[in-house]
Design a protein around this ligand. Structure first.
Ligand code: TIU
Length: 220
């Protein structure tokens, strides 16, 4: 185990059993005209973390550790999109409707692609998920178990929605979870802070958080 400086106390990283999960760094959330924009959000906040996420991905590639990229994306016939999700609220466009980057949150459309600066490379896992959490209806737990993964490092968007949901799902399945706090972002600064506070409170009730520099420093 290698101790990483973290909140609320050092994170015990197991170099042989750790994977990175990059949550939903796709155009639909980060670029104008996508799903995030349709909900009335300022998407520019999210683009700002791309260089740090790229640095984190580069760190994992250098170590030779597994990387999983998720995308929130539904089947073209929307059979995996519950009406409760599609019909909620008054977005400018609904899931499956045609936007500036194709049909919103639909697999294979331009908007569902990961931003070019963070594009997956051969050997990395790319996982489409219909929910906010990465374990719901994906088979990911079985895949990670098959790989012998016990520790998960998290990055991506948005902190309090898909990242936090995925981290809570992972925590309940027994994974030791670390959130890289400058490699995640929310449309709402106060929600990012609150999510990290909630995750790390009560003796790391959900997991740990740390900036990328602490991870890099431990392996320098
Ligand atoms: N709306 C919002 O903050 N997030 C999502 O809908 N999905 C993810 O977080 N990926």
């Amino acid at each position: 185990m290698i101790d990483i400086k973290a909140r609320p106390f050092p994170y015990p990283l197991d170099p042989d059993h750790t994977a990175l999960v990059v949550i939903d760094m796709q155009r639909d959330f980060i670029e104008p005209g996508g799903f995030g924009d349709s909900l009335g959000n300022d998407v520019a906040r999210l683009a700002a973390i791309i260089p740090t996420v790229a640095g984190l991905i580069g760190f994992f590639r250098k170590q030779g550790w597994p990387i999983i990229h998720t995308r929130e994306a539904h089947k073209p016939d929307l059979s995996d999109c519950p009406p409760a999700k599609r019909n909620r609220g008054t977005p400018s466009l609904r899931i499956g409707e045609e936007g500036a980057m194709g049909r919103l949150l639909v697999t294979g459309e331009p908007g569902s692609q990961i931003v070019p600066a963070l594009a997956p490379i051969d050997g990395e896992i790319v996982l489409d998920k219909p929910g906010k959490g990465m374990f719901y209806a994906t088979g990911l737990h079985e895949k990670l178990q098959g790989m012998g993964i016990t520790h998960l490092v998290f990055a991506g968007v948005t902190t309090e929605v898909c990242v936090q949901t995925s981290m809570r799902e992972a925590n309940d399945r027994g994974y030791e979870c670390l959130l890289v706090e400058d490699a995640t972002e929310s449309y709402f600064a106060e929600f990012k802070k609150a999510a990290i506070d909630m995750i790390t409170a009560q003796g790391a009730i959900v997991g740990w958080s740390t900036p990328l520099a602490n991870l890099e420093e431990a392996f320098a």
